[in-house]
Design a protein around this ligand. Sequence first.
Ligand code: ATP
Length: 351
Amino acid sequence: MAGVKLQGLSKHYGDFQAAEDVTLDIVDGEFLVLLGPSGCGKTTTLRMIAGFIEPTTGTVTIGGADVTRLPPWKRSTGLVFQNYALFPHMTVAQNVAFGLEMHKVPKAEIGSKVATALDLVQLGHLADRYPRQMSGGQQQRVALARALAFQPDVLLLDEPLSNLDAKLRHEVRHQIRSLQQRLGITTVMVTHDQEEALTMADRMVVMKDGRIQQLGTQRELYDDPTSEFVASFVGRSSFIKGRFSGGRFVSHGGLAVETERRLTGEAVVALRPERIHLGADAASDAGNTYRGRVESISYLGSSIDVEVKLNEIDSVIAQVVNKGRDSGASVGDEVSVTFPRDVPVFAASPA
Ligand code: ATP
């Protein structure tokens, strides 16, 4: 097993920076997720670790060895793609064996390594099937077995769940995570799905425009986002835009908001829906309290989203627990809204 270090890694296509100055220390045995919107450079970064894309600048180190100039097959990385990339004319066992042959594993060892890898993903009983005879989730587990069969130091997963339907995605997500923990294998996964990232990762990296925006545990990114982008990309937030003057934040809609963190000039306050309290639930000493009018209600099952308009400009969405049929507010109700002072505040991002 081995950690992965990326130092100043960039990939330029002409003037375009697909990845820029990516520096990361992925520790041995860690499950790290690269998260971000389409085009943010996460796949480019993963492929530079795998060796399929040559960096313009920077280095990739695996287990202390500089592998920046090594081709993919000389790196100890197993890669799983979104579309499984199984050969349709080969059985499950042959698909897994193919990966071992590529890595020049001696013929005598291939049979037992295939069996071990298929047992790992609980598909030993389907070794003689063809990919078309299997579900998407099973095919993805074959791809995983193929990547793990030669016992790589690092597992690289490129959106491995995005071709699966919602139910299977939950199942395979759980299977991959528990397998990764059992093997203790350093893993880097790319996804644009924040829920996937939140449930699987030890740490997450949020990327935008080729650059790392923030690195941290789920809790750090959710509770202490350092930018409006991260607050909107990880979890949900209502944003109140305004201006600090004399150490006090006043929203563009005229709300005076007490915040623990104080900035100067144009700024944004981010409010998580579960930190906003309504009506009788609202403890007025908890921070900021306002009157507002319920604009809309969305039922989410165990909770309800209540959108409250505080004035012509400012509105927030509060998440309240669904306590049954008669609970909660109705559209048009006047309610009081409270949120605490220790909420994230950022300088307004340039337009
Ligand atoms: P997605 O989730 O859509 O796969 P991503 O975050 O993985 O997005 P990348 O595939 O890393 O994004 O691409 C980053 C940027 O680099 C994109 O804007 C993409 O268009 C650009 N890019 C990728 N490969 C090339 C190439 N060969 N030539 C020019 N631009 C490229």
